[in-house]
Design a protein around this ligand. Structure first.
Ligand code: XMP
Ligand code: MG
Length: 181
């Protein structure tokens, strides 16, 4: 059996500070606008909850869910919307909130789908960004932290639905066969 240890990459204090900075930047950019924050389930729910409570501007919220089929992702075409918005978005200012920008397939597909509905504006805020993993070119408008290519969990991010509840962002380390463990 594989035993995994969680090593802290970003502590809750560091996360709290960075989320505050992002919220300040977003609040300045959306002063006087009609902001709808769209969270991508499930991973973004904790980040989004912290972010919107730190905003200095009013917003409404909605959620989407997407799945990718096939092994990995060769293009954004392998991503499908399984839960749509409940809110019409034409003329609204949309901010999509995602836990992590990895291959780019999910966000590239989602911005295409939602862009067709003619929102007034459409921006993306990703808590984490792993640029080394990109397959489809994609740049987020707001990024919490840029990280190297390691699998991370916590603060909403999971491994097979485990670890989402961890307050810190952690890297998993295999501690099998490492002596006393
Ligand atoms: P793309 O389409 O950009 O999708 O590849 C990003 C999605 O991939 C998942 N993902 C991760 N989840 N730790 C996680 O818990 C990671 O290190 C990681 N990298 C990618 C995640 O679901 C994200 O929404
Ligand atoms: Mg996700």
């Amino acid at each position: 059996m594989t035993t995994l240890a969680t090593d802290i990459l970003f502590s809750r204090e560091i996360i709290h500070r960075r989320v505050g900075e992002l919220a300040l930047q977003i609040s300045r950019d959306y002063q006087g606008r009609d902001l709808l924050v769209v969270g991508i389930l499930k991973g973004a729910f904790i980040f989004m909850a912290d972010l919107i409570r730190a905003l200095g501007v009013p917003c409404r919220v909605d959620f989407v869910r997407l799945t990718s089929y096939g092994e990995g992702c060769v293009s954004s075409g392998t991503v499908r919307l399984t839960k749509d918005l409940e809110t019409p978005i034409a003329g609204r200012d949309l901010l999509i909130v995602e836990d992590i920008l990895d291959t780019g397939c999910t966000l590239s597909r989602l911005t295409d789908i939602l862009g067709e509905r003619e929102p007034a504006s459409l921006k993306v805020c990703a808590f984490l960004d792993k640029p080394e993993r990109r397959i489809v070119p994609f740049t987020a408008d707001y990024i919490g932290f840029t990280i190297p290519d390691a699998f991370v969990v916590g603060y909403g991010l999971d491994l097979d639905e485990k670890y989402r509840y961890l307050p810190d962002v952690c890297v998993l380390r295999d501690i099998d066969g490492q002596g006393e463990g």
